[in-house]
Design a protein around this ligand. Sequence first.
Ligand code: NAD
Ligand code: ZN
Length: 351
Amino acid sequence: MTDTNLTAVLFEQNDLRMEDCPIPLPGPGQVLLEMKEVGICGSDVHYWTHGRIGDFVLKAPMVLGHEASAIVSKLGEGVTNLKVGDRVAIEPGVPCRRCNYCKNGRYNLCLEMKFCATPPYNGNLARFYVHDADFCFKLPDHVTFEEGALLEPLSVAVHATNRAGLKLGNTVLVCGAGPIGLVNIITAKAKGASLVCATDIDSSRLEMAKKLGADFTVQVTSRDPLVTVQAIEEALGDKADVAIECSGAAPSLKTAIYATKSGGVVVLVGLGQEMVELPVVNAGVREVDIRGIFRYVNCYPTALAMIASGKVDVKPLVTHRYKLEESIKAFEAAKRGEGIKIMISCDRSKK
Ligand code: NAD
Ligand code: ZN
């Protein structure tokens, strides 16, 4: 059989093409992976439609995709943690391992991070792809490739709830019930939140939030954050111990601050406007901590353990499935905002 490497290459803004690319060779410490499942993330769609996210600008053709699982098909020199045929989830960001951020255990902040499908680094929506072996996590047999791909967004929630200092019995507000808000709801419940309240402007997203374990949902209908805050407080019986903002919408960030208890924590997950006006005096005098997060750090093992043990079920997030050959169709569906998580199968044996 002659292997080809069908690959989703973003040439420039609005120019995504399926190309046959050379099969890469694994270098020392790397593995060649035969890709299995790749989820589409909002950032992949944004690079396609806008050609940039903030300071990351597409200047040369780039392969999309970073929420992925695969099978190991060839070992580079010195790889001992994996063998050919292993089923793995791919943590998409490989840091330098040498700088102070890396050495202090916050490798997500490494300035030399090579992250799949963040320019100038290629992603893995392809038949074959090479990655560093120590950023591949072996999946137990009962964990599916789709679940392996979903470890990526789930890891964002593991990190956000870690940064929130979420404790057993806490009440939690999750603002925005897109894929990232939804994994935060699931993770907060798994970590022992007593009550979770989710907000969104879209009622179908709130239905999904309920299905995945939110105790209450509040549909945002007013631009006045205090109207939403009142509904949240009525649902939870008080303000929340922790708020996890996953919409990136400026009014929602205000809501998150006002709806958090004095001494509580607001975690900024959603990334929206560069500059926003916030009630900082309110947050300041009530000692509400506002903390950012950037992706995840050392979270893949936890996310995998949560899935493997059955503590969380992320499978209902997948609402649409396409084949690698149909990637452009899949991206068009994602652009129209259809469903929750769109999965692309790179597996030739799958019908
Ligand atoms: P998404 O666009 O699918 O979800 C956002 C949700 O927020 C939507 O359901 C939308 O209807 C809702 N929303 C919009 N305005 C709202 C408002 N005023 N109040 C409440 N809800 C509102 O995106 P996603 O994939 O779920 O990602 C969510 C955010 O997280 C994005 O901004 C993304 O860039 C960010 N993100 C950040 C990190 C990080 O490391 N910090 C990682 C991944 C994603
Ligand atoms: Zn580093």
